[in-house]
Design a protein around this ligand. Structure first.
Ligand SMILES: Cc1ncc(COP(=O)(O)O)c(C=O)c1O
Length: 446
Protein backbone atom coordinates (compact mmCIF):
# COMPACT_ATOMS: atom_id res chain seq x y z
CA UNK A 1 0.00 0.00 0.00
CA UNK A 2 1.49 3.33 -0.91
CA UNK A 3 1.88 6.14 1.61
CA UNK A 4 -1.04 8.15 0.29
CA UNK A 5 -3.50 5.27 0.43
CA UNK A 6 -2.97 4.54 4.15
CA UNK A 7 -6.09 5.78 5.94
CA UNK A 8 -4.13 7.14 8.92
CA UNK A 9 -1.89 9.16 6.58
CA UNK A 10 -4.96 10.67 4.93
CA UNK A 11 -6.58 11.59 8.22
CA UNK A 12 -3.53 13.17 9.88
CA UNK A 13 -2.18 15.32 7.07
CA UNK A 14 -3.31 16.87 3.83
CA UNK A 15 0.23 17.05 2.52
CA UNK A 16 -0.14 13.99 0.30
CA UNK A 17 -3.80 14.33 -0.42
CA UNK A 18 -4.99 13.32 -3.89
CA UNK A 19 -6.97 16.54 -4.25
CA UNK A 20 -5.39 18.72 -6.98
CA UNK A 21 -6.75 22.07 -5.87
CA UNK A 22 -7.98 24.52 -8.52
CA UNK A 23 -6.36 27.97 -8.83
CA UNK A 24 -4.35 27.30 -5.65
CA UNK A 25 -0.78 27.01 -4.45
CA UNK A 26 -1.22 23.28 -3.79
CA UNK A 27 2.03 22.57 -1.97
CA UNK A 28 1.99 25.62 0.26
CA UNK A 29 -1.69 25.15 1.09
CA UNK A 30 -1.37 21.48 1.94
CA UNK A 31 1.48 22.28 4.36
CA UNK A 32 -0.60 24.96 6.12
CA UNK A 33 -4.26 24.42 5.22
CA UNK A 34 -7.00 26.95 5.78
CA UNK A 35 -10.10 24.83 6.07
CA UNK A 36 -13.71 25.89 6.35
CA UNK A 37 -16.01 23.31 7.91
CA UNK A 38 -19.35 25.03 8.31
CA UNK A 39 -21.06 28.32 7.50
CA UNK A 40 -23.99 30.41 8.63
CA UNK A 41 -25.10 33.91 7.62
CA UNK A 42 -22.06 36.18 7.34
CA UNK A 43 -19.64 33.66 8.82
CA UNK A 44 -17.57 30.61 8.11
CA UNK A 45 -16.34 28.34 10.91
CA UNK A 46 -13.07 26.43 10.81
CA UNK A 47 -12.92 22.77 11.92
CA UNK A 48 -11.60 24.07 15.28
CA UNK A 49 -14.66 26.32 15.57
CA UNK A 50 -12.97 29.65 14.77
CA UNK A 51 -15.43 32.20 13.37
CA UNK A 52 -14.40 33.85 10.07
CA UNK A 53 -16.22 36.87 8.66
CA UNK A 54 -16.84 36.24 4.96
CA UNK A 55 -15.58 39.31 3.10
CA UNK A 56 -15.96 37.79 -0.37
CA UNK A 57 -19.38 36.05 -0.31
CA UNK A 58 -17.50 32.76 -0.69
CA UNK A 59 -16.22 33.42 -4.19
CA UNK A 60 -18.50 36.33 -5.08
CA UNK A 61 -21.52 34.03 -5.04
CA UNK A 62 -23.21 33.69 -1.63
CA UNK A 63 -25.18 36.92 -1.94
CA UNK A 64 -27.91 36.01 0.58
CA UNK A 65 -25.44 34.73 3.17
CA UNK A 66 -24.67 31.15 4.10
CA UNK A 67 -26.92 28.15 4.75
CA UNK A 68 -30.15 30.08 4.41
CA UNK A 69 -32.94 27.84 5.69
CA UNK A 70 -35.29 28.37 2.78
CA UNK A 71 -32.63 27.50 0.20
CA UNK A 72 -31.36 24.50 2.17
CA UNK A 73 -34.89 23.15 2.46
CA UNK A 74 -35.58 23.73 -1.23
CA UNK A 75 -32.47 21.75 -2.13
CA UNK A 76 -33.31 18.95 0.31
CA UNK A 77 -36.83 18.67 -1.01
CA UNK A 78 -35.65 18.96 -4.60
CA UNK A 79 -33.12 16.16 -4.43
CA UNK A 80 -35.56 13.88 -2.62
CA UNK A 81 -38.23 14.49 -5.27
CA UNK A 82 -36.35 14.38 -8.57
CA UNK A 83 -32.62 13.62 -8.44
CA UNK A 84 -32.05 13.97 -12.18
CA UNK A 85 -33.97 14.36 -15.40
CA UNK A 86 -32.46 14.30 -18.89
CA UNK A 87 -32.54 17.81 -20.34
CA UNK A 88 -32.30 16.85 -24.04
CA UNK A 89 -35.67 16.24 -25.68
CA UNK A 90 -37.15 15.81 -22.18
CA UNK A 91 -37.99 18.22 -19.40
CA UNK A 92 -39.10 18.68 -15.83
CA UNK A 93 -41.45 21.32 -14.43
CA UNK A 94 -38.92 23.21 -12.30
CA UNK A 95 -36.77 24.15 -15.31
CA UNK A 96 -39.70 25.91 -16.98
CA UNK A 97 -40.88 27.41 -13.71
CA UNK A 98 -37.45 28.78 -12.82
CA UNK A 99 -36.83 30.29 -16.28
CA UNK A 100 -40.27 31.94 -16.24
CA UNK A 101 -39.80 33.23 -12.69
CA UNK A 102 -36.49 34.81 -13.71
CA UNK A 103 -37.83 36.78 -16.66
CA UNK A 104 -39.60 39.56 -14.69
CA UNK A 105 -36.30 40.26 -12.91
CA UNK A 106 -34.25 40.55 -16.09
CA UNK A 107 -33.37 43.80 -17.80
CA UNK A 108 -36.20 44.93 -20.07
CA UNK A 109 -36.22 43.02 -23.36
CA UNK A 110 -34.35 39.97 -22.01
CA UNK A 111 -36.89 37.21 -22.25
CA UNK A 112 -35.16 33.86 -22.70
CA UNK A 113 -32.91 31.71 -20.53
CA UNK A 114 -30.40 28.99 -21.50
CA UNK A 115 -29.20 27.11 -18.40
CA UNK A 116 -25.63 25.98 -17.82
CA UNK A 117 -23.70 24.82 -14.74
CA UNK A 118 -21.13 27.55 -14.21
CA UNK A 119 -19.93 30.94 -15.31
CA UNK A 120 -17.36 29.38 -17.63
CA UNK A 121 -20.03 27.33 -19.34
CA UNK A 122 -22.25 30.39 -19.60
CA UNK A 123 -19.50 32.31 -21.37
CA UNK A 124 -18.67 29.56 -23.84
CA UNK A 125 -22.40 29.05 -24.44
CA UNK A 126 -22.92 32.77 -25.10
CA UNK A 127 -20.00 32.88 -27.54
CA UNK A 128 -21.39 29.87 -29.40
CA UNK A 129 -24.87 31.38 -29.40
CA UNK A 130 -23.46 34.57 -30.92
CA UNK A 131 -21.66 32.70 -33.69
CA UNK A 132 -24.68 30.50 -34.37
CA UNK A 133 -27.08 33.47 -34.39
CA UNK A 134 -25.12 35.22 -37.14
CA UNK A 135 -24.82 31.99 -39.10
CA UNK A 136 -28.55 31.26 -38.88
CA UNK A 137 -29.37 34.72 -40.22
CA UNK A 138 -26.94 34.37 -43.13
CA UNK A 139 -23.96 36.26 -41.69
CA UNK A 140 -21.72 33.30 -41.01
CA UNK A 141 -18.75 35.49 -41.97
CA UNK A 142 -19.01 37.06 -38.50
CA UNK A 143 -16.58 34.73 -36.76
CA UNK A 144 -14.44 36.98 -34.61
CA UNK A 145 -14.90 37.36 -30.87
CA UNK A 146 -13.60 40.41 -29.04
CA UNK A 147 -12.70 40.53 -25.36
CA UNK A 148 -10.74 43.03 -23.33
CA UNK A 149 -7.45 43.11 -21.49
CA UNK A 150 -7.89 42.31 -17.77
CA UNK A 151 -11.18 40.54 -18.52
CA UNK A 152 -12.01 37.29 -16.75
CA UNK A 153 -14.51 35.04 -18.44
CA UNK A 154 -13.85 31.71 -16.79
CA UNK A 155 -11.57 28.91 -17.75
CA UNK A 156 -13.03 27.04 -20.70
CA UNK A 157 -11.40 27.52 -24.08
CA UNK A 158 -13.65 30.32 -25.33
CA UNK A 159 -13.61 32.18 -22.03
CA UNK A 160 -9.85 31.81 -21.63
CA UNK A 161 -9.36 33.07 -25.19
CA UNK A 162 -11.50 36.20 -24.82
CA UNK A 163 -10.17 36.71 -21.28
CA UNK A 164 -7.37 39.15 -20.76
CA UNK A 165 -5.38 37.91 -17.78
CA UNK A 166 -1.95 36.89 -19.02
CA UNK A 167 -1.26 34.36 -16.27
CA UNK A 168 -4.46 32.49 -17.10
CA UNK A 169 -3.66 32.33 -20.83
CA UNK A 170 0.03 31.90 -21.37
CA UNK A 171 0.47 28.18 -20.69
CA UNK A 172 -2.50 27.01 -22.75
CA UNK A 173 -1.27 27.45 -26.27
CA UNK A 174 -3.08 29.32 -29.01
CA UNK A 175 -6.56 28.90 -27.47
CA UNK A 176 -9.26 29.93 -30.00
CA UNK A 177 -8.60 31.47 -33.41
CA UNK A 178 -10.12 34.78 -34.42
CA UNK A 179 -10.05 36.47 -31.02
CA UNK A 180 -8.86 40.02 -30.41
CA UNK A 181 -8.80 42.24 -27.34
CA UNK A 182 -9.65 45.86 -26.61
CA UNK A 183 -7.51 47.87 -24.23
CA UNK A 184 -8.42 47.72 -20.57
CA UNK A 185 -9.88 50.77 -18.85
CA UNK A 186 -7.54 51.06 -15.86
CA UNK A 187 -5.78 54.43 -15.75
CA UNK A 188 -4.39 55.10 -12.26
CA UNK A 189 -2.60 58.24 -13.41
CA UNK A 190 -5.96 59.94 -13.96
CA UNK A 191 -8.40 57.90 -11.92
CA UNK A 192 -6.67 56.69 -8.73
CA UNK A 193 -8.95 56.76 -5.66
CA UNK A 194 -12.07 57.42 -7.75
CA UNK A 195 -15.27 56.97 -5.81
CA UNK A 196 -17.58 54.89 -7.98
CA UNK A 197 -17.23 55.23 -11.75
CA UNK A 198 -14.03 57.01 -12.77
CA UNK A 199 -14.37 60.25 -14.65
CA UNK A 200 -11.76 59.61 -17.33
CA UNK A 201 -11.64 56.97 -20.02
CA UNK A 202 -14.95 56.80 -21.91
CA UNK A 203 -12.90 57.30 -25.08
CA UNK A 204 -11.17 53.95 -24.49
CA UNK A 205 -14.29 52.36 -25.97
CA UNK A 206 -13.05 53.73 -29.31
CA UNK A 207 -10.50 50.94 -29.22
CA UNK A 208 -13.34 48.73 -30.42
CA UNK A 209 -13.67 50.96 -33.48
CA UNK A 210 -9.93 50.50 -34.14
CA UNK A 211 -10.37 46.71 -34.00
CA UNK A 212 -13.38 46.98 -36.31
CA UNK A 213 -11.32 48.91 -38.83
CA UNK A 214 -8.44 46.43 -38.54
CA UNK A 215 -10.51 43.31 -39.22
CA UNK A 216 -13.55 44.87 -40.91
CA UNK A 217 -16.64 44.96 -38.71
CA UNK A 218 -18.45 42.43 -40.89
CA UNK A 219 -16.10 39.75 -39.52
CA UNK A 220 -16.97 40.40 -35.88
CA UNK A 221 -19.67 38.37 -34.15
CA UNK A 222 -19.59 39.63 -30.59
CA UNK A 223 -17.86 41.70 -27.95
CA UNK A 224 -17.79 40.45 -24.38
CA UNK A 225 -17.00 42.53 -21.30
CA UNK A 226 -17.66 42.40 -17.59
CA UNK A 227 -19.41 45.71 -16.82
CA UNK A 228 -17.29 45.89 -13.63
CA UNK A 229 -14.25 43.66 -14.20
CA UNK A 230 -13.92 41.87 -10.89
CA UNK A 231 -11.53 38.92 -10.80
CA UNK A 232 -8.57 40.72 -12.35
CA UNK A 233 -8.62 43.32 -9.58
CA UNK A 234 -11.90 45.30 -9.66
CA UNK A 235 -11.92 47.78 -12.54
CA UNK A 236 -14.99 50.00 -12.63
CA UNK A 237 -16.01 51.23 -16.10
CA UNK A 238 -15.36 54.94 -16.70
CA UNK A 239 -18.45 57.11 -16.97
CA UNK A 240 -19.93 56.79 -20.47
CA UNK A 241 -17.68 53.89 -21.50
CA UNK A 242 -20.32 51.15 -21.67
CA UNK A 243 -22.71 53.46 -23.54
CA UNK A 244 -20.04 54.04 -26.18
CA UNK A 245 -19.39 50.31 -26.54
CA UNK A 246 -23.10 49.81 -27.14
CA UNK A 247 -23.14 52.55 -29.80
CA UNK A 248 -20.18 51.05 -31.67
CA UNK A 249 -21.70 47.55 -31.56
CA UNK A 250 -25.00 48.93 -32.90
CA UNK A 251 -23.25 50.80 -35.68
CA UNK A 252 -21.63 47.58 -36.91
CA UNK A 253 -24.23 44.89 -36.16
CA UNK A 254 -22.05 43.31 -33.46
CA UNK A 255 -23.63 41.55 -30.48
CA UNK A 256 -22.73 42.91 -27.06
CA UNK A 257 -22.40 40.37 -24.25
CA UNK A 258 -22.26 41.48 -20.62
CA UNK A 259 -20.58 38.92 -18.42
CA UNK A 260 -22.50 39.35 -15.19
CA UNK A 261 -21.37 36.21 -13.44
CA UNK A 262 -20.42 38.44 -10.49
CA UNK A 263 -22.12 41.78 -11.30
CA UNK A 264 -25.68 40.40 -11.24
CA UNK A 265 -27.92 39.40 -8.32
CA UNK A 266 -27.90 42.69 -6.47
CA UNK A 267 -24.15 43.24 -6.18
CA UNK A 268 -24.55 46.77 -7.61
CA UNK A 269 -27.93 47.47 -6.01
CA UNK A 270 -29.97 46.30 -9.01
CA UNK A 271 -30.75 42.75 -10.09
CA UNK A 272 -28.41 43.16 -13.08
CA UNK A 273 -25.56 45.53 -13.96
CA UNK A 274 -27.25 46.29 -17.29
CA UNK A 275 -30.01 48.01 -15.28
CA UNK A 276 -27.53 49.76 -13.03
CA UNK A 277 -25.63 51.26 -15.97
CA UNK A 278 -28.70 51.72 -18.17
CA UNK A 279 -27.01 49.90 -21.06
CA UNK A 280 -28.73 46.94 -22.64
CA UNK A 281 -26.54 44.15 -24.01
CA UNK A 282 -27.84 41.46 -26.37
CA UNK A 283 -26.82 38.59 -24.13
CA UNK A 284 -25.98 38.32 -20.43
CA UNK A 285 -23.95 35.52 -18.90
CA UNK A 286 -24.47 34.74 -15.25
CA UNK A 287 -23.98 32.04 -12.58
CA UNK A 288 -22.86 32.19 -8.91
CA UNK A 289 -25.63 34.15 -7.13
CA UNK A 290 -28.28 32.49 -9.28
CA UNK A 291 -28.39 29.71 -6.65
CA UNK A 292 -26.61 31.66 -3.90
CA UNK A 293 -23.63 29.40 -4.61
CA UNK A 294 -25.37 26.33 -3.18
CA UNK A 295 -25.68 24.16 -6.29
CA UNK A 296 -23.63 24.77 -9.43
CA UNK A 297 -25.67 26.61 -12.05
CA UNK A 298 -25.31 29.29 -14.67
CA UNK A 299 -27.45 30.87 -17.35
CA UNK A 300 -27.27 32.81 -20.58
CA UNK A 301 -30.01 35.39 -20.85
CA UNK A 302 -30.98 36.74 -24.22
CA UNK A 303 -33.20 39.14 -26.04
CA UNK A 304 -36.35 37.91 -27.70
CA UNK A 305 -35.13 38.65 -31.24
CA UNK A 306 -32.12 36.35 -30.78
CA UNK A 307 -34.29 33.52 -29.53
CA UNK A 308 -36.77 34.03 -32.37
CA UNK A 309 -33.96 33.93 -34.93
CA UNK A 310 -33.19 30.39 -33.79
CA UNK A 311 -36.87 29.43 -34.04
CA UNK A 312 -37.17 30.01 -37.78
CA UNK A 313 -36.21 26.61 -39.28
CA UNK A 314 -38.40 23.51 -39.55
CA UNK A 315 -39.94 22.51 -36.21
CA UNK A 316 -38.47 19.03 -36.31
CA UNK A 317 -34.89 20.24 -36.02
CA UNK A 318 -32.81 20.90 -32.91
CA UNK A 319 -32.43 24.68 -32.98
CA UNK A 320 -29.27 24.84 -30.84
CA UNK A 321 -27.02 21.78 -30.88
CA UNK A 322 -25.50 22.67 -27.54
CA UNK A 323 -26.21 21.90 -23.88
CA UNK A 324 -24.90 19.96 -20.90
CA UNK A 325 -26.02 16.78 -19.18
CA UNK A 326 -26.72 18.93 -16.16
CA UNK A 327 -28.31 21.93 -17.91
CA UNK A 328 -31.34 22.95 -15.83
CA UNK A 329 -30.54 20.25 -13.27
CA UNK A 330 -33.63 19.79 -11.10
CA UNK A 331 -31.74 20.30 -7.82
CA UNK A 332 -30.12 23.48 -9.16
CA UNK A 333 -33.53 24.76 -10.29
CA UNK A 334 -34.91 24.03 -6.82
CA UNK A 335 -31.99 25.91 -5.29
CA UNK A 336 -32.53 28.80 -7.70
CA UNK A 337 -36.23 29.05 -6.87
CA UNK A 338 -35.44 29.02 -3.14
CA UNK A 339 -32.78 31.67 -3.70
CA UNK A 340 -35.16 33.93 -5.61
CA UNK A 341 -37.63 33.73 -2.73
CA UNK A 342 -35.00 34.82 -0.24
CA UNK A 343 -33.76 37.62 -2.50
CA UNK A 344 -37.29 38.90 -3.00
CA UNK A 345 -38.57 38.53 0.57
CA UNK A 346 -35.56 40.38 1.95
CA UNK A 347 -35.23 42.93 -0.84
CA UNK A 348 -31.62 41.85 -1.36
CA UNK A 349 -31.48 42.65 -5.06
CA UNK A 350 -31.77 46.35 -4.25
CA UNK A 351 -30.46 46.49 -0.66
CA UNK A 352 -27.01 47.63 -1.72
CA UNK A 353 -28.48 50.99 -2.71
CA UNK A 354 -28.92 51.79 1.01
CA UNK A 355 -25.47 50.52 1.99
CA UNK A 356 -23.37 51.79 -0.89
CA UNK A 357 -22.43 55.17 0.62
CA UNK A 358 -21.42 53.67 3.97
CA UNK A 359 -19.46 51.00 2.12
CA UNK A 360 -17.72 53.52 -0.12
CA UNK A 361 -16.73 55.71 2.84
CA UNK A 362 -15.43 52.69 4.76
CA UNK A 363 -13.37 51.52 1.77
CA UNK A 364 -11.90 54.95 1.07
CA UNK A 365 -11.07 55.47 4.76
CA UNK A 366 -8.22 53.02 4.08
CA UNK A 367 -6.41 55.56 1.92
CA UNK A 368 -3.98 56.57 4.68
CA UNK A 369 -2.78 52.99 5.29
CA UNK A 370 0.80 52.15 4.29
CA UNK A 371 1.41 50.99 0.72
CA UNK A 372 -2.11 51.74 -0.52
CA UNK A 373 -1.82 53.06 -4.09
CA UNK A 374 -5.47 52.95 -5.19
CA UNK A 375 -8.95 52.22 -3.90
CA UNK A 376 -11.82 51.35 -6.24
CA UNK A 377 -15.46 50.67 -5.46
CA UNK A 378 -18.95 50.29 -6.85
CA UNK A 379 -22.07 48.80 -5.26
CA UNK A 380 -20.94 46.30 -2.65
CA UNK A 381 -17.55 45.77 -4.27
CA UNK A 382 -14.28 47.36 -3.26
CA UNK A 383 -10.61 46.87 -3.98
CA UNK A 384 -7.56 48.13 -2.16
CA UNK A 385 -4.48 48.04 -4.33
CA UNK A 386 -1.13 47.78 -2.59
CA UNK A 387 2.20 48.72 -4.05
CA UNK A 388 4.07 45.54 -4.93
CA UNK A 389 7.05 44.76 -2.71
CA UNK A 390 10.27 45.26 -4.66
CA UNK A 391 11.18 42.06 -6.49
CA UNK A 392 8.18 40.15 -5.06
CA UNK A 393 4.93 41.14 -6.75
CA UNK A 394 1.94 39.54 -5.07
CA UNK A 395 3.78 38.79 -1.80
CA UNK A 396 2.24 41.69 0.11
CA UNK A 397 -1.27 40.74 -1.07
CA UNK A 398 -0.81 37.10 -0.14
CA UNK A 399 0.46 38.01 3.33
CA UNK A 400 -2.56 40.26 3.85
CA UNK A 401 -4.85 37.35 2.92
CA UNK A 402 -3.07 34.96 5.32
CA UNK A 403 -3.01 37.41 8.21
CA UNK A 404 -6.66 38.28 7.73
CA UNK A 405 -7.58 34.61 8.05
CA UNK A 406 -5.63 34.42 11.31
CA UNK A 407 -7.59 37.45 12.51
CA UNK A 408 -10.96 35.99 11.58
CA UNK A 409 -11.65 37.61 8.21
CA UNK A 410 -11.72 36.01 4.77
CA UNK A 411 -10.67 38.44 2.07
CA UNK A 412 -9.59 37.49 -1.40
CA UNK A 413 -6.54 38.83 -3.17
CA UNK A 414 -5.48 39.01 -6.80
CA UNK A 415 -1.78 39.79 -6.84
CA UNK A 416 -1.49 42.87 -4.64
CA UNK A 417 -5.15 43.84 -4.92
CA UNK A 418 -7.39 42.98 -1.97
CA UNK A 419 -10.99 42.53 -3.14
CA UNK A 420 -14.04 42.84 -0.91
CA UNK A 421 -17.51 41.66 -1.92
CA UNK A 422 -19.37 40.34 1.13
CA UNK A 423 -22.85 38.82 1.22
CA UNK A 424 -25.49 41.47 0.66
CA UNK A 425 -26.92 40.88 4.17
CA UNK A 426 -23.86 42.50 5.76
CA UNK A 427 -24.49 44.93 8.66
CA UNK A 428 -22.66 48.21 9.21
CA UNK A 429 -20.79 46.76 12.24
CA UNK A 430 -19.52 43.96 10.01
CA UNK A 431 -18.39 46.44 7.36
CA UNK A 432 -16.44 48.15 10.16
CA UNK A 433 -14.96 44.83 11.24
CA UNK A 434 -13.94 44.01 7.67
CA UNK A 435 -12.09 47.22 6.99
CA UNK A 436 -10.92 47.52 10.63
CA UNK A 437 -9.17 44.18 10.33
CA UNK A 438 -7.71 45.17 6.95
CA UNK A 439 -6.41 48.39 8.55
CA UNK A 440 -4.75 46.51 11.44
CA UNK A 441 -3.04 44.20 8.96
CA UNK A 442 -1.88 46.89 6.55
CA UNK A 443 -0.40 48.90 9.44
CA UNK A 444 1.99 46.09 10.29
CA UNK A 445 2.61 44.57 6.86
CA UNK A 446 6.20 45.16 5.68
C1 LIG B 1 -17.04 37.47 -14.95
C2 LIG B 1 -16.85 36.02 -14.77
N1 LIG B 1 -17.10 35.19 -15.78
C3 LIG B 1 -16.96 33.87 -15.67
C4 LIG B 1 -16.54 33.31 -14.49
C5 LIG B 1 -16.36 31.84 -14.38
O1 LIG B 1 -17.32 31.28 -13.54
P1 LIG B 1 -17.13 29.81 -12.98
O2 LIG B 1 -15.96 29.84 -12.06
O3 LIG B 1 -18.44 29.52 -12.31
O4 LIG B 1 -16.91 28.91 -14.16
C6 LIG B 1 -16.26 34.13 -13.41
C7 LIG B 1 -15.80 33.57 -12.12
O5 LIG B 1 -15.39 34.24 -11.22
C8 LIG B 1 -16.40 35.52 -13.54
O6 LIG B 1 -16.13 36.36 -12.55
Amino acid sequence: MNERARPEAVSTSLENSAFFMPFSMNRAFKKAPRLLARAEGMYYYTPEGRKILDGTAGLWCVNAGHCRKKIVEAVQKGVATLDFAPPFQMGHPLAFEFADRLVPLLPKGMTRVFFTNSGSESVDTALKLALAYHRVRGEGHRMRLIGREKGYHGVNFGGTAVGGIVGNRKIFGALVAGVDHMRHTHDPTKNAFSRGQPQHGAELAEDLERICQLHDPSTIAAVIVEPVACSAGVYVPPQGYLQKLREICDRHGILLIFDEVINAWGRLGKPFAADYFGVMPDLITTAKGITNGTVPMGAVLMKENLYQTFMTGPENTIEMPHGYTYSAHPVACAAGLGTLEVYQEEGLLTRVGELAKYWEDAAHSMRDCPNVVDIRNLGLIAAIELAPRAGAPGARGLEAHLKAFEKGVYMRVTGDVIAFAPPLIIKKEEIDQLFGTAREILKTLP
